[in-house]
Write a protein of this length. Structure first.
Length: 296
């Protein structure tokens, strides 16, 4: 028996269509982990909400010129999470590693952002980690926890040591995090810098930062968007990116170097479905651009 059979059960199917596991290139995995949340909880409901949203928006990407219906997708279902964070993180690592060994691209729907730590453990260090997030998440500990949604990026940097860490859309941080980012190799593109430089230059700067990297892990915290576009997140911050700003930058890096990506921190009960729709749209756009690059 494989880990995916042991720890995962199928709920709604993302996008409403799928290939068999063996046929698929992209494997959707829901992780309803919501244990270390410290402001607004509820991300455990996100995988189901985002799947439902994916069934009710169109799948064609005008940006990529591809239809997600043509992709070889398989929805594996939701990971069996527990109240023991370490055990859940171990399960994530085992399942993601198995997917990578089977030459699949994991499409992970959280859940709180801590999931990225265990997924990155499965991916390893020979990768550039690109994070879209309002927060740096570089604290050493937060509310007594050294592994949580506010510390996971620091744990990744210290324990896994990716080739590159690039954080985009940041606009919320404490002095400890800023000091740590400055003394480390973490590259930060704040919202203020993005708007000062403009989208075209920002896209060029991001491409330049990733030029020498053959593999990319992408993580998207939906609070990178301004609350006007994504109000139902666990830690909303004002003065964020608009959806078109976000997608212009995001889609520019989604190519055949992508080895895995996740979307995290949606708390769907705080709006009437808009944020889940934005998350589903994000997944469609990422997959269509990766597929376009693979076919080029």
């Amino acid at each position: 028996m494989s880990y995916r059979e042991l720890f995962v059960s199928p709920p709604l199917i993302f996008a409403g269509f799928q290939k068999t596991f063996q046929e698929a290139d992209y494997i959707v995995l829901g992780i309803p982990l919501d244990v270390t949340s410290t402001y607004r909880s509820g991300s455990k409901f996100a995988p189901s909400a985002i799947r439902e949203a994916s069934l009710n928006i169109e799948t064609y990407s005008f940006r990529a010129g591809l239809d997600a219906e043509d992709l070889r997708l398989h929805d594996l279902g939701d990971l069996h999470v527990t109240a023991d964070v370490d055990e859940t993180l171990k399960r994530i690592e085992l399942v993601v590693k198995e997917l990578l060994d089977d030459e699949k691209l994991p499409v992970i729907i959280g859940g709180e952002h801590t999931i990225t730590l265990s997924a990155m453990r499965a991916v390893g260090s020979n990768v550039a980690l690109v994070s879209f997030d309002a927060h740096l998440d570089l604290r050493d500990e937060y509310m007594g926890r050294t592994v949580c949604h506010a510390t996971f990026m620091r744990r990744i940097y210290e324990q896994i040591k990716p080739e590159k860490v690039l954080e985009i859309g940041v606009r919320a941080a404490c002095k400890e995090e800023l000091d740590y980012a400055e003394k480390s190799d973490v590259q930060v593109l704040s919202v203020q810098r993005i708007r000062k430089d403009g989208l075209e230059k920002t896209v060029e700067n991001v491409a330049k930062a990733l030029t020498d990297h053959k593999k990319i892990y992408l993580t998207v915290d939906m609070d990178v968007l301004d609350p006007a576009f994504a109000p139902a997140v666990q830690n909303p911050e004002p003065d964020g990116l608009s959806m078109h700003e976000f997608l212009d930058i995001l889609c520019s890096i989604c190519d055949n170097r992508m080895v895995a990506f996740d979307v995290a921190e949606v708390a769907p009960q705080y709006d009437r479905g808009a944020t889940a729709i934005q998350a589903a749209k994000t997944i469609f756009e990422v997959l269509c651009h990766v597929e376009k690059s693979r076919k080029a």
